[in-house]
Ligand binder design. Structure first.
Ligand code: NAI
Ligand code: BGC
Length: 257
């Protein structure tokens, strides 16, 4: 276990999948966790995450908001500062994907993915970063992807957003290091979450994905949460400006001959 007791943490897109696992892991370490969720329809799931956090020994609150909306992000960070007096850790986790060939992609499709994944990361980083700069301490973790560096046909908006997150992370890491703030990306491979329903519901597609992974299986959200908890803690005090890959070996390109 790492030590996150009492830490004030924001998890965007925290009502499902990887975000949920991270929020619950933070809770089990005694942290105070703001569980951001996107739509009113996810309020019940977010409340369940807060309940799990509380049962595990932490405390939490659910905060609705769209990470691509400047006013929502200002309100999200403001509500955490109001409740807890600061922000120690920001997990930029919210993200979406939608398979569509580039030549058929509408501008709206492009904007939606870029604005959620990349602009959302920027807005949350800017707002929480201001608070952390005052504190002269903080950790910003971005949920990137192996598609930060692996091209993926049908997902040009998604790979562009994740590739963008790589240089965003490195640049901000340099800007904020003098203020005692670390900035790190986590790059998961294929993880069993709702974003992968299109693969999980199709045995052939699932087998094809698994055959790309040397460990022979998709990852569990808790396996990403374990890495995130480490990076958020002082155990990772000398790690900034880099991407930690958690992918069962997927990025070793096992089919390459
Ligand atoms: P998920 O679909 O369970 O979670 C995504 C969350 O983001 C949802 O709770 C959704 O409501 C939220 N969200 C979407 N748009 C939002 C917005 N505008 N504002 C606030 N929240 C919003 O999927 P998963 O897998 O947990 O995804 C989490 C992150 O992990 C994403 O950034 C994804 O790109 C990344 N990732 C996932 C991998 C996987 O294989 N599951 C692999 C690599 C990266
Ligand atoms: C995507 C998943 C995919 C994984 C590995 C992630 O960024 O969200 O859908 O399974 O990369 O390709």
């Amino acid at each position: 276990m790492t030590s996150l007791s009492g830490k004030r943490i924001i998890v965007t897109g925290g009502s499902s999948g990887i975000g949920r696992a991270c929020a619950e892991r933070f809770g089990s370490e005694g942290a105070r966790v703001a569980v951001n969720y996107y739509s009113p329809g996810e309020a019940g799931d977010a409340a369940a995450v807060v309940e799990a956090i509380t049962k595990a020994g932490g405390s939490g609150m659910a905060v609705q908001g769209d990470v691509s909306s400047e006013s929502d992000v200002i309100a999200l960070v403001g509500s955490v500062v109001k409740a807890w007096g600061g922000v120690d850790v920001l997990l930029n986790n919210a993200g979406i994907e939608k398979q569509i060939p580039t030549l058929e992609m509408s501008l709206e499709d492009w904007h939606r993915v870029i604005e959620t994944n990349l602009t959302g990361t920027f807005l949350c980083t800017r707002e929480a970063g201001k608070v952390m700069q005052e504190q002269k301490a903080g950790v910003i973790i971005n949920m990137s992807s192996v598609h930060e560096f692996i091209p993926w046909p049908g997902f040009a908006h998604y790979t562009s957003s994740k590739g963008g997150m790589k240089l965003f992370m490195g640049t901000v890491a340099r800007e904020l290091a003098p203020s005692g703030i670390r900035v790190v990306n986590v790059a998961p491979g294929a993880i069993v979450t709702p974003i992968n329903t299109f693969v999980l519901d199709d045995p052939e597609a699932k087998h094809a994905v698994e055959s790309e992974i040397p460990l022979g299986r998709m990852g569990r959200p808790e396996e990403i949460a374990a890495t995130v908890a480490f990076l958020a803690s002082d155990e990772a005090s000398y790690i900034t400006g880099t991407t930690v890959v958690v992918d069962g070996g997927m990025s070793l390109y096992p089919k390459f001959v």
